[in-house]
Design a protein around this ligand. Structure first.
Ligand code: DAH
Length: 366
C-alpha cells in the first residue's frame, strides 16, 4: 500500500471516529452512519475503487478497507447504544411520577350538574311518583299552538303580554314564534293521546324580558290532567303534594286567588306560605308571608274542543310554574342571569354532584 493511501485511510478513520464521538443524539449518529457506510458514504465510495486496482494493490487495500469498515460499523453501533440508553435515562428522569402526590379528582368528582337540570330531575321524580308521564314539545311553535288553540282570541292583549319573539315569516307567510310558555304542549298531548291524560312538561320558554328575575330564555313546568271526573279538589291536592315534595316540608299552607288565563276557567293564582323574616332567606311551610308561585285552572272547554275532546264528557286541570324561580327559591340563588353566564365558579358553588341523582326514596336535594 502506498504511503498516501494508508495516510488517507488513517485520516478518514480519525475523522469518522471523531464524528462518532461527537454525535449527541440518535439522529446525529444516524447522519454519521449514512456519511460513512451508507450507499454513498466515504468508506463505501472507497470500497468501490477496489475493482479498478491491480491485484497487488487490492491485496493490501482490501483488508485495510474491510478492517476500517468493521471498526467504524462497530463504533457507530456502540455509540448508538450509548445514546439510546442516555435518552431513556433522560426520559425516565423527566417523566418521574411522584406516587405520594394526592390523586387528581376525576371528572365525576369535579363536574357539576346545573341547578336547572337538578330541579328538572327533582320535578320529574316527584311527578313520576304521582303518576305523570313526561312530555315535550318544540321550542319553535306555530301561532296556533302557542295562542289560538289555547283560546287566545285574535288580537287579544294577552298575545302582547307575553312579549313574544316572532320569527321571520316562512314561504307561506306564517310567522312562527319561540314558545312563550309550555302550555302549547297541552294541545299537542291532547292530539296525540286519549284520556285519561296525566303529563308533566318541563321545557325552555322565551320572552323578550331581562332583569334580575327574568331572562329571555327561561324554563317552565306544565302539568295537564284530563279525565272523566276531574275537579278543583284534584287540582289543589296535586299542587299541594307537589309543593310539599319539592320544598321538602311536611306541611304547607296555600292560598288560591281568582285570576285570568285564556285557556282555563276558572283560573287561579296560587300563593305559598313562607317566612321572609330572615334577611336573604325564604323558608317555606312556616311564617306569615305569602309568595305567588304558579298559575292554574280547569282546562277551558274551548281548549278541550280544540284538542278533539267533548267538554261534556271530559274535564281537566292544568298548571304552569317557573322552574328557574323554583330553583332560586329552593337553593337561595339571588340573580337569575347568573344561571346562564356559564361561570364555572358559580357552577361549582351552586351545582350538584353528578352521581347524586334526586329520588323520592333517596332524598331530592341530598
Ligand atoms: N302558561 C301560563 C304562563 O306562562 C302559566 C299557566 C297558567 C299554565 C295556568 C297553565 C295554567 O297550565 O293552567 O303564564
Amino acid at each position: 500500500m502506498s504511503e498516501t493511501a494508508s495516510d488517507d485511510l488513517s485520516e478518514l478513520e480519525r475523522d469518522l471516529m471523531a464524528d462518532i464521538a461527537a454525535a449527541s443524539d440518535e439522529a446525529a449518529i444516524e447522519q454519521v452512519r449514512v456519511a460513512a457506510i451508507g450507499k454513498k458514504g466515504a468508506v463505501s465510495e472507497r470500497m468501490k475503487t477496489l475493482g479498478r486496482m491491480s491485484p497487488e494493490e487490492r491485496q493490501v487495500m482490501g483488508p485495510a478497507l474491510n478492517g476500517l469498515k468493521a471498526r467504524v460499523t462497530e463504533a457507530i453501533a456502540d455509540r448508538k447504544a450509548e445514546l439510546r440508553a442516555a435518552a431513556i435515562e433522560a426520559r425516565l428522569a423527566e417523566e418521574t411520577v411522584d406516587v405520594t402526590l394526592p390523586v387528581r379528582p376525576s371528572p365525576v368528582e369535579t363536574g357539576r350538574i346545573h341547578p336547572i337540570t337538578q330541579v328538572v330531575d327533582e320535578i320529574t321524580a316527584i311527578c313520576a311518583d304521582m303518576g305523570f308521564a313526561i312530555a315535550e314539545g318544540p321550542d319553535i311553535e306555530t301561532d296556533y299552538y302557542n295562542f289560538t288553540a289555547l283560546n287566545f282570541p285574535p288580537d287579544h292583549p294577552a298575545r302582547e303580554m307575553h312579549d313574544t319573539f316572532f320569527l321571520a315569516p316562512g314561504e307561506d307567510g306564517e310567522r312562527k314564534v319561540l314558545r312563550t310558555h309550555t302550555s302549547p304542549v297541552q294541545m299537542r298531548t291532547m292530539e296525540a293521546q286519549k284520556p285519561p291524560i296525566r303529563v308533566a312538561i318541563p321545557g325552555k320558554t322565551y320572552r323578550h324580558d331581562s332583569d334580575a328575575t327574568h331572562t329571555p330564555m327561561f324554563h317552565q313546568l306544565e302539568a295537564l290532567v284530563v279525565d272523566e271526573v276531574t275537579t278543583v279538589a284534584h287540582l289543589k291536592w296535586t299542587i299541594e303534594t307537589f309543593c310539599k315534595a319539592f320544598f321538602e316540608v311536611d306541611e304547607v299552607a296555600m292560598r288560591y286567588r281568582p285570576s285570568y288565563f285564556p285557556f282555563t276557567e276558572p283560573s287561579l293564582e296560587v300563593d305559598i306560605q313562607c317566612d321572609r323574616s330572615r334577611p336573604g332567606e325564604v323558608r317555606f311551610g312556616e311564617g306569615n308571608d305569602w309568595m305567588e308561585i304558579l298559575g292554574c285552572g280547569m282546562v277551558h272547554p274551548n281548549v278541550l274542543r280544540a284538542g278533539g275532546l267533548d267538554p261534556d264528557v271530559y274535564q281537566g286541570f292544568a298548571w304552569g310554574i317557573g322552574i328557574d324561580r323554583l330553583a332560586m327559591l329552593k337553593y337561595g340563588m339571588p340573580d337569575l342571569r347568573a344561571f346562564f353566564d356559564a361561570d364555572v365558579r358559580w357552577l361549582s358553588h351552586y351545582g350538584f354532584r353528578p352521581l347524586d341523582m334526586p329520588t323520592l326514596f333517596g332524598g331530592l336535594s341530598r
